[in-house]
Design a protein around this ligand. Structure first.
Ligand code: ARG
Length: 587
């Protein structure tokens, strides 16, 4: 149980003993930390329901609570707020428990689930945009958080590998190198194992092909035809498709690794394609599929809809399947291979309508309960002009360039601030990458998921304030205190004793982790973990400034402080790991 859950249980019992609803005993962190640590406002609602005087009720409940030795002080304030302070002994006991449980008091899911998280969603050969960057960062964090609470989680990148861009590429290569064996109309394979082009060619070919198709309808027709033939299974095209996917995936894996993002599954839209004929038949049998102007559609509108809810097009009039059908088939594919309780989609806010339609269709067809499909959408990372972030050249973002850019900035900052002085060039470069990536990821995650935010590298990279570099610095500092203690033979950690206010605040901050994990999990909001990390780093910093640690003469106090220091460092590193941020050993 988290500390707040435990306190709510105790105060709830006091409500129950006064014949009041125990739910009203809910305890929260105090609004005024100068007056109390925790508070309960339930007496006001209870008084209203029981038509009694709230202050009198609060007094009565307080009387019961005062008999409990864990409370240092129970006071009634204003119209009937109950203010709570815990004894130092109880705080110390709770912190010791949290330190001993191997998870720093982090909340555990009482009924763990099997979860598939669909995040990343990059497209083969097409450049990534900021939406993909945020999907990767937020999705990775949620995956780690869910795993930490005990859920069994499978992360799937869900590659965009089946759309028109594949036909554009194939037709482009055919125009450039018509003699390749892949284009022999009768060729059945086997085809060469080595790709006919490299990654650089591939990356150059896509924008060229896409521009040509926009300009010239005849060229666009070639691309559409190639897409259809690919999807119908033409062997040479399938072989080329495999090469394109492999080249692209190898590059993506490198970029994602630099961002500390890793997927369990590298499946894609193409993996769902074989299910389409079967599903079309099934949907028809269930009476869900309708025909309209030669297309096959599924209606998803409902009588109480406030906005327009267009039907999904399962197959268009040319017989091609699109994004909707692929997503429905992917749900069925996941159902069969993973048997998840829930599927989470970490995808851009611009796709909200798409997912609403898909989820409704899945429910209507009886494939998956709508309430267990969640679109965890997010806002946009904007440039200083308030529009979606673009690179300096005005183009869409390339992950590689982006990582290089933040790394360069971090290197500059490190040099200015005198960090990493005298380290080898290799170590310095490694630190710069970690600091750069930490700055970017923390800035992204610390904004509420659903808000837009402005990309401001100077602000993200500051060593003071609520930033990634500040937290890395805090983590490194804890490690250096512990190393110093070790080198000085200062003794190991010992039982926690609280005397100084800074020790108490640090302990309370450590204890807030349980709740932070639970809230972040239940609301699917990573920024709550960022708030916890920042609060903890600040509490440690005040503790460090006010209390002697390694050179404290009183052995009991020294050992207790070493224990608190190790706990702060351990919890901070745990949160950084949940955020998907890697800390350097020193900086
Ligand atoms: N590839 C898609 C895009 O770039 C994102 C895929 C998201 N996942 C999904 N199941 N639709 O927009």
């Amino acid at each position: 149980m988290t500390l707040l859950e435990e306190l709510s249980r105790i105060v709830g019992e006091a409500f129950a003993s006064a014949a009041l609803d125990p739910q009203l005993g809910r305890v929260t962190a105090a609004d005024r930390p100068d007056l109390a640590q925790f508070q309960c406002n339930g007496a006001l609602a209870a008084a209203k329901a029981a038509k009694q005087n709230p202050r009198a009720l609060a007094d009565k409940i307080s009387e019961t609570l005062r008999a409990n030795p864990i409370f240092q002080e129970i006071a009634v304030a204003g119209p009937g707020f109950i203010n709570i302070k815990l004894t130092d002994a109880y705080i110390a006991e709770r912190v010791s428990q949290a330190i001993g449980d191997g998870r720093f008091g982090g909340w555990l899911h009482p009924s763990p689930e099997k979860i598939v998280i669909d995040y990343g969603g990059p497209n083969v050969a097409k450049p990534l945009h900021v939406g993909h960057l945020r999907a990767a960062i937020i999705g990775e964090c949620l995956k780690r958080l869910f795993r930490f609470t005990g859920d069994q989680v499978v992360g799937d990148v869900h590659l965009g590998d089946w759309g028109l861009q594949m036909g554009q590429l194939i037709s482009e290569l055919q125009l450039r190198q018509p003699d390749l064996v892949y284009f022999d109309s009768g060729a059945k394979g086997p085809f060469p194992a080595e790709p006919p082009i490299g990654l650089t060619d591939l990356e150059e070919m896509y924008p060229a092909a896409s521009a040509a198709c926009k300009e010239d309808p005849a060229r666009a027709d070639l691309a559409r035809k190639a897409t259809k033939e690919l999807q119908d299974g033409r062997p040479g095209y399938r072989a080329l498709w495999r090469h394109f996917v492999d080249l692209s995936v190898a590059a993506m894996k490198r970029d994602y690794a630099d961002l500390q993002v890793e997927f369990d599954l590298w499946k894609g839209e193409a993996d769902a394609d074989p299910l389409i004929p079967e599903l079309a038949e099934d949907l028809q049998k269930r009476g869900v599929l309708e025909f309209s102007d030669g297309a096959q559609i599924v209606r998803v509108e409902r009588p109480d809809d406030k906005k327009e809810m267009p039907p999904i097009i399962f197959r268009n009039s040319e017989g091609a399947v699109g994004y909707h059908a692929t997503d429905i088939a992917t749900i069925v594919d996941r159902q069969r291979s993973e048997h998840p309780d829930r599927i989470l989609y970490v995808v851009d806010a611009r796709q909200r309508l798409h997912f609403e339609q898909v989820f409704r269709a899945a429910e209507k067809a009886g494939y998956f309960e709508e309430a267990r499909l969640e679109h965890l959408w997010f806002g946009t990372m904007n440039g200083k002009d308030g529009k979606p972030f673009k690179t300096r050249e005005g183009g869409t973002l390339k992950l590689r360039h982006f990582i290089d850019m933040v790394t360069e900035k971090a290197a500059e900052r490190l040099a200015e601030s005198g960090f990493a002085e005298g380290y080898s060039a290799e170590e310095t470069a490694g630190i710069a990458r970690k600091v750069g990536v930490a700055a970017l990821k923390f800035a992204d995650l610390s904004n509420p998921r659903t808000s837009d935010y402005i990309f401001d590298l100077d602000r993200f990279m500051a060593f003071e304030g609520k930033t990634g570099p500040y937290l890395l610095y805090a983590s490194v500092r804890v490690r250096s205190v512990l190393a110093k203690a070790e080198a000085a033979g200062a003794g190991g950690p010992g039982p926690v004793h609280i005397t100084a206010p800074e020790e108490r605040d640090l302990a309370l901050s450590l204890l807030a982790f349980g709740e932070a994990v639970r809230d972040a999990y239940q609301k699917r909001l990573p920024h709550l973990l960022c708030d916890q990390a920042y609060g903890l780093a600040q509490a440690f910093s005040k503790f460090y400034a006010a209390c002697r640690i390694v050179d404290e003469e009183n052995m009991t106090a020294r050992k207790s402080r070493l224990n608190l220091t190790a706990a702060a460092g351990g919890q901070l590193d745990q949160i950084l790991d949940l955020l998907g941020i890697e800390a350097p050993n020193r900086m």
